[in-house]
Write a protein that binds this ligand. Sequence first.
Ligand SMILES: C[S@@+](CC[C@H](N)C(=O)[O-])C[C@H]1O[C@@H](n2cnc3c(N)ncnc32)[C@H](O)[C@@H]1O
Length: 272
Amino acid sequence: MTNFLFRLRRFAGFYRAALTRYQLHSPFVFEWAVSVLDDRRWYYPFRDIEALRAKMKASPTVIELEDFGARGPGRRKARLARIVDRSAVSPAMGRMLFRTVNWLRPTTILELGASSGISTMYLASAAAQSVRVASLEGSLALTQVAEVNLTVLRLGNVQLYGGPFDQVLEPALQALGAPLDLVFFDGDHRGDATLRYFEKCLARAHDRSVFVFDDLYWSADMAEAWARIKQHPKVTLTLDTFHLGFVFFNPDFKEKQHLQVVPARWKPWKVF
Ligand SMILES: C[S@@+](CC[C@H](N)C(=O)[O-])C[C@H]1O[C@@H](n2cnc3c(N)ncnc32)[C@H](O)[C@@H]1O
């Protein structure tokens, strides 16, 4: 089965099972749903980030790219417009990342997979004064594009690390110093690599850390990694929004829960 068909089938099952905020019992999860999943307020950075996305999508620039993860290893030439189109988070997902920062109020954020910096800008602009972001990207050409974008938006709170995750993750963790409040995994889309980076970051996590994984059902391999993450003994709650998966470690959540959730407007008849 192709990855596309796999995702389609998984989405059908996901949608059938998914709850809306009106069916959530935990006050913590309800508050997360109101603040992160369902909040539709508009913030100025959204306009600025999407203007940069549009500019890159209209750009004729061709860059020399190192391939990592599920595509690599290798080198190829690619149009920046195509890379942005194919790999950047969608505006809706970007806004959800922004709202996650707004809700969690982290002081340290780690991102694996900056690409041209779209998700990095959403993460960094939600609390530009108080949060420090370390973002890792293997392709040096893309790191430069992300650097320019961050400069245009005057986001001086991001440190970009160019190089393979296996080489730059440790220095980035050292430089961040403090424990990780929020981690966004959007790099290597291979199951074994995802689990390896999860374990590495877990060593720097605390009870209130939140890990967010992108592309949970990108392939059977990634879906298997997501299932393994859910089973990890330190994980006490997961919230699956199909594209993004949120992982919590708070030991106060006595009963381990794995919930699939959609915005209330996706199931308007589910109000009880
Ligand atoms: C899906 S894209 C990230 C998109 C980005 N978060 C955004 O929203 O614009 C994944 C990125 O991770 C990088 N990557 C994947 N595996 C990597 C690895 N093992 N080391 C370094 N970079 C890697 C790729 O070069 C690619 O640019």
